[in-house]
Design a binder for this molecule. Structure first.
Ligand SMILES: [Zn+2]
Ligand SMILES: [Zn+2]
Length: 329
C-alpha cells in the first residue's frame, strides 16, 4: 500500500510503498477513504510531541470501510463505514480507566502517534475504539469530526453552560464547535490572528455574534473561552475578557509558554484548564449529536502524496477549514 511515513521528527514525510497491515485479534483492517490533517499531526512531525513510535504513519481522523476482521469482532461487518479517532487503546486497569476518565489513561496508545494511522491506503485499529459515523456526512466531510469535532466537543463540555463563548483560533476545531455551540443556543465570539480577514469572514459566515482579532475585545465579558491556537500568550488575554467564575479551556495538545501574569486575572474564581484526548463516550455522544445538527464541515482536499503540502499549509495558517487527505485507490 501507499503510505506517508515519518522516519524522524523535523523531516518531511516519506512517500513509500509498504506491506498492508494484518488485523490481529480484536482488530479490523480498514480501507482508508479520507483522513483529516490535525494540528496534533503537525506537533508530531515537528517533534513537539516527544513520544512517537518511529517510524510512524500519522493521521487520526480516519474514515474508511472494514476490509477484513481479526478474531472476535462482532459489532462491525465487512464493508461497514467506520471512523478511527486519536484514542486507539487504553489499559483498562489504571485509576483513570477505572473511573470513567480513560482519556487520562496512564498507558494509552494514540492513533498516528504510537499506532500507525490514516496517511495510508489501509490501516489497522482496535475495533473497540472505532465508531460508526452519521450517514448524512460524506467520507470527506466526516473526517474532521473525528478529532477537530471530538476534541472541540469535549472542550465545549468543559466550558460548562457558557452562553457567551469566546473561541481563539478559528481553524478546523473552531468551525465545528461554533456550529455545535450555536445549535445549543450559545453566542460565539470569534478571535483570530490580528488582521486575518479571511478567518474573520469564515467565522462570520458560520454565524459568530462577534468577530475580531485576538488583540481586540468585545464590549461584553464572556462566560467562557476555548483556546485552540497553540499560543500561550492568549491565556492571560482570554482571562482579561472573562466574567468572574468564567472558564478558559485550552483545547490543544501543545502550547507555547504561558507568560507570567498578575493574580488579579485569575482572581474571582476564574478557571484555566486543559482538555486531554477523548473518551469513547465523548465520541459516541458527539457523533450522535453531529448526525442531528448536522454540521457543515468545510474541507480542503489533498491527495495522500501531498500530505507534506497540507501540513505546511496548516503550519502557515493558510487553511480555511480542515485539510483532508484522499488516497487514490
Ligand atoms: Zn488506563
Ligand atoms: Zn487531532
Amino acid at each position: 500500500m501507499q503510505a506517508m511515513i515519518l522516519d524522524r521528527p523535523g523531516q518531511l514525510l516519506q512517500h513509500r510503498s509498504v506491506a498492508a497491515p494484518i488485523p490481529g485479534p480484536g482488530q479490523i483492517l480498514v480501507k482508508v477513504s479520507a483522513c483529516g490533517v490535525c494540528r496534533t499531526d503537525l506537533h508530531v512531525v515537528d517533534g513537539e510531541l516527544t513520544e512517537p513510535r518511529l517510524p510512524i504513519i500519522p493521521g487520526h481522523e480516519i474514515v474508511g470501510r472494514v476490509e477484513a476482521r481479526g478474531e472476535g469482532i462482532q459489532h462491525f461487518a465487512l464493508g461497514d463505514r467506520v471512523g478511527i479517532p486519536w484514542l486507539g487503546h487504553t489499559c483498562a486497569r489504571c485509576f483513570f480507566c477505572r473511573t470513567q476518565q480513560e482519556n487520562l489513561c496512564d498507558a494509552p496508545l494514540f492513533t498516528g502517534y504510537q499506532i500507525n494511522g490514516g496517511y495510508a491506503e489501509y490501516t489497522v485499529a482496535e475495533a473497540a475504539y472505532c465508531f460508526p459515523l452519521p450517514e448524512n456526512y460524506p467520507d470527506l466531510g466526516a473526517a474532521p469530526l473525528l478529532c477537530a469535532g471530538l476534541i472541540g466537543y469535549r472542550a465545549l463540555r468543559m466550558a460548562g453552560e457558557a452562553g457567551k463563548l469566546g473561541i481563539y483560533g478559528f481553524g478546523a476545531a473552531a468551525h465545528i464547535v461554533a456550529q455545535v455551540a450555536q445549535f445549543e443556543g450559545r453566542s460565539v465570539f470569534a478571535f483570530t490572528r490580528p488582521g486575518d480577514r479571511k478567518a474573520q469572514a469564515f467565522a462570520s459566515d458560520l454565524g459568530a455574534s462577534w468577530v475580531g482579532g485576538s488583540d481586540e475585545r468585545p464590549d461584553t465579558d464572556l462566560d467562557a473561552a476555548i483556546i485552540f491556537a497553540p499560543v500561550g500568550a492568549l491565556v492571560p488575554r482570554a482571562l482579561q475578557g472573562l466574567r468572574k467564575g468564567g472558564i478558559v479551556v485550552l483545547g490543544g495538545i501543545h502550547m507555547s509558554e504561558i507568560p507570567a501574569m498578575p493574580y488579579r486575572l485569575l482572581w474571582g474564581e476564574r478557571i484555566v484548564r486543559s482538555v486531554a484526548n477523548l473518551t469513547r463516550k465523548d465520541a459516541a455522544d458527539f457523533l450522535t449529536m453531529a448526525g442531528r445538527i448536522p454540521i457543515r464541515t468545510q474541507v480542503v482536499p489533498y491527495a495522500l502524496a501531498d500530505a507534506n503540502v497540507a501540513l505546511s499549509h496548516l503550519r502557515a495558517g493558510q487553511l480555511t477549514g480542515a485539510a483532508v487527505l484522499l488516497p487514490e485507490h
